[in-house]
Design a protein around this ligand. Sequence first.
Ligand code: AMP
Ligand code: GLY
Length: 429
Amino acid sequence: MNILLLGSGGREHAIAWALAKSPRTETLYVAPGNGGTAAVAENVALDMMDGAAVLDFVRAHDVALVVVGPEAPLVEGVADVLREAGVAVFGPNADGAQLEGSKAYSKAFMDANGIPTAAYAQFDAVEPALEYVREQGAPIVIKADGLAAGKGVVVAETLEAAEDAVRACFDGAFGAAGSRVVIEECMTGPECSLLCFVTAGKSFPMAPAQDHKRAYDGDMGPNTGGMGVYSPVPIVTDEEMAEMVRIMDVAAAATARNPFTFDYRGTLYGGFMLTPKGPRVVEFNARFGDPETQVVLPRLESDLVDVMCAVAEGRAEDVRLSWSDAWAVCVVLASEGYPGAYEKGKVILGIEEAEALDGVTVFHAGTKRNADGELVTNGGRVLNVVALGATFEDARDRAYEACELINFEGKQLRSDIGAKALRGRSAWE
Ligand code: AMP
Ligand code: GLY
């Protein structure tokens, strides 16, 4: 069958790589794709935010399944347009995507279903918000309601920082996303992502993963889209895992029941904090995580096309997942200056040598071919170097060995991915 995947990041390269392995895949298109997806699929210039244009492409190219990578087209309703036309789509409709698209909506969903999360209040005006912050005191968390490309959250350590964040939101720092503000209790503990396939009110957990959001070693520096990740997560206890799975089951069941009848078909991403009182949901996302996908999908032994078709068609009984017991570690190679300003167009060398190492796969995040056919940097996060190993240490050492072999001017990476996990739970205290 022909498949169309929307998106252009490392997550999409990992999804494309897994779809391309299936014997059921005939032509795989990625719109717009990147320098890495071009090696496993056909990149097409198509505006993924334009549902009508995507539908035209689907009809013209006999596409039987559309997989939506990022949140923006989901929130925009691209899946709705395709579904109404009878196309099988992996990814929720716009109403289901509100679980990610509106923090206030997501919190209401959690409250209505008894899902453990941080206590919160929401405000549409600056003065009552400031008053609430002064009442509650710091530390406290300020969130712009809408999609803000991962930048709309401030964990304020002082009252002054909290008040500044509230004012910045209402002053338009995050555009329309900040006209409503959610203010939350500050939780503590390690974070853990649990991505689940959800269809027909049923949840099918993937392997847990842990991201590293700060730019520099020792969890210092600014927040990023993610500098490294591993799966599974050795510090998660069996009780915590069972509780996360239970919470995702509750969430999935709620998507198929009034008043939240979304008929959700896609990935539901639970972002958890493992607090002293047990796992609490920090956020839901309506899509695969980036870079979590890059360590989760290489461990999936089932055929991803079978799984995605079953999810897209609402056939929960046909979703079967089997996982390898290998460990996976991913180190992100970024451009100098990221997450601030950075230059593009630096020639990348050594990927083939890196991939010649046992168990190593390099997913492209921000790359492209230049006019001379050279692979060059084209984004802040450039490459995701993933290694599988029989032990956590094996996978990590192999990933770093591969990183050494890859070069581009200004290559920036964290040297401590997985270090905290090896020190155990006390590393978070
Ligand atoms: P979000 O965009 O909701 O995932 O938030 C981004 C990051 O902010 C999370 O990954 C957490 O590290 C942090 N964060 C969000 N909400 C809270 C909270 N209530 N307490 C502590 N940290 C939080
Ligand atoms: N890795 C965080 C996210 O995908 O939102």
